[in-house]
Design a protein around this ligand. Structure first.
Ligand code: SF4
Ligand code: SF4
Length: 443
């Protein structure tokens, strides 16, 4: 925490580590081509809430024309969803993600926070994500809470609203399987032509372990033997997005060590994790011991749709009748530029029809913990998404990221529908003969 003396003597601009890169900032030519793609600009029509406006502010702080602690700068750095839609359409190649992440790291370093906020960040961000065993314990308790019917009871009594936990509780999907513990399971192909390592993820391995298991089965069915290296931890994406760079780097080093045996691809089922893992090279660029290893690790990372979409797959033979629509996760479409492979995989499934929704790559409002800390704008984006889904003939939404899955589910329910939300790899698994793993909660 900054002291009063430091507050008085600090410069107006950036200082210390994690400064937004000046060359990247200069790359913006203020053409405005990114504005129509920006969700916050579309909702507000405000130039300051656009990528161009935010980049102008970041540069103004770098030049000490604007104070780092100016409240409007703080507001805009955190109103941004870090969805990176601006990056994907920018003709000058502005690498926006690392810029806004560095700006947030500067705010976290130099801005004093009230004690209650520090405590909330410790409880909400540091404790559960620092060690996957802690996350497993927590999610096991939540699974029990769902299965005993306690969740329905508390909802009916209004107690959840009283303790302001209603929003968080509503976001939690049914947890249908016990956690996937790294090192405890693997999938062996009958005639293996390749091997791969699964990145387990903290939320995917605990709240959505059935998706990771589906990915293992689908890969094994296609000649790839898959293991889940022990000692891996959370990818650190949420920490990078929240400007908590030291913790993100600590987790990155652990993961690099965990996957260093061999050079097999690292397969990821969560778009947000995949984008973060692919940027470890950038995150650790100033670490003499890890810089090169981080780059080599990032090179091996593949989203599961990217990996499967690049292979000649065994044609699936079990029809999955129905119509789906596809919600593109921002960190798949914009940060990793993966757009055709998910659609190609869906087209392989017999009996399945894809009905594209309008604005499929516009952020759904999830954006890490944005839908918890900035509920109004997240709800507006979620409602817009629900309306676009309702305008299709789909009975199921498919996506490829846990945050999107939770936000879509909550938004659809708020708009009066219980439409299932599934990962692409779950659909593929079913098309190869796997059992659909969906559950309804008691009550
Ligand atoms: S970020 Fe790119 S698209 Fe947006 S104003 Fe700057 S140069 Fe133009
Ligand atoms: S990351 Fe998304 S919300 Fe932020 S400026 Fe770019 S397009 Fe807008």
């Amino acid at each position: 925490m900054v002291s009063i003396k430091e507050m008085v003597s600090r410069p107006l601009g950036y200082s210390g580590p994690d400064v937004p890169d000046d060359d990247l900032l200069r790359a913006c030519v203020h053409c405005g081509m990114c504005l129509p793609s920006c969700p916050t600009y579309r909702l507000t029509g405000n130039e300051a809430s656009s990528p161009r406006g935010r980049l102008w502010m970041m540069k103004a702080v770098a030049d000490e024309r604007l104070d780092l602690l100016d409240p409007e700068f703080d507001e805009q750095m955190y109103q941004c969803l870090n969805c990176r839609a601006c990056e994907a359409v920018c003709p000058s190649g502005v690498h926006y993600g690392p810029l806004v992440e560095a700006a947030r790291a500067q705010l976290e370093e130099h801005r004093p926070r009230p004690a209650w906020q520090r405590a909330a960040r410790k409880v909400g961000m540091e404790l559960p994500f620092a060690d996957i065993r802690r996350m497993r314990l927590m999610v096991n308790a939540l699974r029990l809470y769902q299965r005993t019917g306690l969740s329905a009871l508390l909802r009916r009594t209004g107690l959840l609203r009283l303790v302001r936990m209603e929003t968080l509780e509503a976001m939690l999907p049914p947890i249908v399987e016990p956690p996937l513990v790294s090192g405890a399971e693997k999938w062996t192909a009958e005639e293996a032509t390749d091997t791969a390592h699964l990145f387990n993820g903290c939320v995917m391995s605990t709240v959505f372990p059935h998706v990771n298991r589906a990915a293992g089965r689908v890969m094994a069915h296609n000649g790839v033997s898959v293991d889940v290296p022990v000692a891996q931890q959370c990818c650190g994406a949420l920490h990078v997005h929240a400007g908590m760079m030291d913790e993100a780097r600590r987790l990155a080093r652990i993961n690099i060590d965990a996957f260093e045996r061999g050079d097999a691809p690292v397969i990821v089922t969560a778009a947000g994790c995949g984008a973060a893992l692919k940027e470890y090279g950038f995150l650790l660029k100033d670490d003499p011991k890890y810089a090169e290893r981080a780059l080599a690790f990032s090179e091996r990372v593949r989203d599961v749709t990217e990996y499967l979409g690049s292979r000649d797959l065994v044609p699936p033979t079990h029809p999955v009748a129905g119509t789906v629509t596809y919600q593109e996760p921002c960190h798949l479409a914009h940060a990793q530029r993966i757009t055709s492979e998910p659609r190609k995989l869906l087209s392989l499934v017999p009996g399945l029809t894809l009905d594209e929704m309008k604005e499929s790559s516009l952020c759904c409002g999830s954006a890490g913990i944005y839908n918890i800390i900035r509920k109004t704008m997240a709800d507006e984006l979620g409602d817009r998404k629900a309306a676009n889904i309702a305008a299709t003939s789909a009975g199921t939404v498919v996506t490829a990221n846990p945050g999107c899955a939770m936000q879509l589910r909550t938004s659809l329910r708020r708009n009066g529908t219980d439409m299932p939300v599934r990962h692409i790899v779950e659909i593929l698994d079913e098309a190869y003969g796997g059992e659909p793993r969906m559950a309804n909660l008691p009550g």
